[in-house]
Structure formats: C-alpha cells, structure tokens
Design a protein around this ligand. Structure first.
Ligand code: HPA
Ligand code: ZN
Length: 343
C-alpha cells in the first residue's frame, strides 16, 4: 500500500478498534461551548466572550501555562448537573471514537477549594457515568487525583472524603504541576490510600525527570504511570518498566501542545512499544489539546510510521493495562482481535 492509501485505511482501522481510555481528566473535557453556557447558567464571569476567544487562549508553552487556564475554565462547574452534563458530553464523544471502557480522573481539591462540595462533584460525575453505562454501553472507573501543588494535608482531607465513597472511587492519582514536586512528597498519603484499598497511579515524567518515574514506582508503589515520557531517557528504567509490565498511559497530543516534544515524530509511544513496555494512547485533556482518544491514535500513526499491527497492539494494551477483571480484559481483547480480522 502506498502512503496516500495508507492513512485512510489506518484511520478506518482506528475507528473500528474497541479501546479503553485510561488517562482522561474529566475537567479537561470541558469544551469552550459548554464553558460559556455554564458560565451564563451559573453567573460566573470569565475573561472570554466567544468560543473563538476561548480557543485563542489555548496556546501553551508548558504544563503550568495549561494548568492556569484549566483551573480557570473549571470555575464554571458549580452544581451536580454541571458535572453530569460534562461527563455525558465526554462519554458521547468517547463512544463515537470506539471507547468501551474509561478510567477517569477527577480533581476534587480544585472544586472543594472554591466551595463546591466533594459530594456535588462525585454525585454529578457518577450520574453521568451511569448514563454512559446504560445508554452508551461504556463501563468506567473513577480515579481521584491529589493536586501535587497543594500540601500533603489537603491531600489527606481529600482522601478522608474518598474513604466514604469506596463503592464509587477505584483509585487515587497524582496530577498538576510536576517540576520541583517529587512523588516522595506524597508517600504518606499514598501509603494510607493503598491501605484503604485504592489502586495507586501517578503522573510522572511528563515534565519531570526519569527519577520521578522511579519515585512513583518506589515511593508511591503505583500500578500504572501516567505519561512516563522521560522514563525512555533512562535505559535501566525502560528495561524495568518492560520487565515489570508496568503500564504507561501516554498522551501524544498533550505532549505536543505542552511542548514536551517538538513534533509528533518525537512521541515516545513507538520507542516504548519497541522496548516491550505496556504502553497505551490516551487523550489527557481533549478539549484543550485538540483531540479525543481516536484522534490521538490517528495523529501519531503517520509520524511514527505505525503499522496496523502496532495500532492493534495499542488497543489491546489499553484493556490489558486497565483495572478490569481478567475475564473482562479477555472479552475486550477478543473484540479487538475480531475488529482487526474484519479490517
Ligand atoms: N498533567 C498534570 N496535571 C494535569 C494534567 C496534565 O496533563 N491535566 C490535568 N491535570
Ligand atoms: Zn494527565
């Protein structure tokens, strides 16, 4: 197949593949149209009047540049219905891109800090997830992230809230600003969270060094690393991730838009695949970074010269790296194989 025929054929395959999304911040799915509509509904003032104004603001030079706008944008989320609407809108887009299972982050401290109750956030998101299950056939799990720019004490408060809702929160994560904030700062709150039965994951190696990825493994005992880009700079750590089969949830368009990589040809996804790492492709904050999960697969396929086989592996990895039961993983992986056969 020549290059001109290749892209549409691979895009068709990407559309057809069942996928799990494992790195998705629900607050990062807030599209400009909904941001403005909720600002109006809730009487929140924003420094933007039109959708174009909002989109113009989405020029980032770093993670912190993005986070400033991300926290500003989510100030329109006030009521349970807002969180439900946000979650349903994401799941509808995800369903269109072949997502069958989603493990979704939320940032409760960013809401409780502004006076929105933990339960308002959780009840709204849960209602949206229930709609996803019953109307769209998407299963889901929730991962509560601690904000690493806030003190440990605030993380402990969030954990105390989560402990009242173990039926609805499967895991804990660590996100927000990374530079200068090593995982070890959160060792104690992660130890307690693990003891309480939450599955630990953490963002590491997005802007921080490979040592932070090792820190997430050793100090927080995470079962999955979110991003992990800088891990590929360290051959021993790369070999360790492959040997342990610790999954990496990579987000190519996010890395590009936050200038973690100069171009998509520099995305570490293919290097991770070639190293035998259980790497997955995800969207992170799709409204801000220009694409949902299928768009991320499509964006890297050409620049990384991925073959159909690589795309099938990525889709299988997405289920293998999930926190579903073995039986559920096998069922989804068989569906990926079936979709690949019909391609
Ligand atoms: N990195 C760290 N924290 C975040 C991100 C991210 O990409 N998105 C939302 N919170
Ligand atoms: Zn993220």
């Amino acid at each position: 197949m020549n290059e001109t025929d290749r892209a549409p054929a691979l895009n068709q395959l990407i559309d057809a593949l069942p996928k799990a999304e494992l790195h998705l911040h629900i607050e990062g799915t807030l599209e400009p149209e909904m941001m403005l509509a909720l600002a109006e509904r809730n009487g929140v003032s924003l420094p933007y009047e039109t959708v174009e104004d909002v989109r113009r603001a989405y020029q980032f030079d770093s993670l912190q540049d993005f986070l400033d706008i991300y926290y500003l944008g989510m100030s329109v989320l006030i009521n349970e219905q807002d969180f439900r609407d946000l979650t349903v809108a994401y799941l509808e887009k995800a369903a269109d891109q072949g997502v069958r299972h989603a493990e979704i982050f939320f940032d409760p401290q960013a809401h409780t800090e502004r006076g929105v109750a933990f339960e308002t956030v959780l009840d709204g998101i849960s209602a949206g997830l229930e709609h996803g299950r019953t109307s769209l056939g998407i299963t889901s799990k929730l991962i509560m992230c601690f904000l690493r720019h806030l003190p440990e004490e605030s993380a402990f408060e969030a954990l105390a809230c989560a402990c009242k809702h173990k039926d609805r929160i499967a895991g804990v994560g660590l996100d927000s600003s990374e530079k200068g904030l090593p995982p070890a700062l959160f060792s104690r709150v992660f130890a307690e969270a693990r003891q309480e039965g939450f599955i630990p994951v953490a963002h590491a190696g997005e802007e921080g060094p490979a040592a932070y990825v090792a820190g997430a493994l050793d100090d927080l005992q995470v079962q999955r690393v979110d991003h992990g880009v800088s891990a590929l700079d360290d051959p021993a750590l790369t070999a360790r991730l492959a040997k342990q089969q610790t999954p990496l949830t990579m987000c190519p368009l996010s890395n590009l838009r936050l200038k973690g990589i100069p171009s998509l040809a520099d995305s570490p996804v293919k290097r991770a695949l070639d190293a035998g790492i259980l790497v997955t492709v995800n969207s992170d904050d799709p409204s801000y970074f220009g694409g949902y999960v299928g768009d991320n697969y499509k964006a890297i396929a050409g620049p990384l010269k991925l073959e159909a086989e690589d795309l099938v592996t990525l889709a299988k990895n997405s289920f293998a790296a999930s926190f579903l039961s073995n039986a559920e993983k096998q069922r989804h992986i068989a569906a990926v194989e079936e979709a690949a056969r019909s391609y």
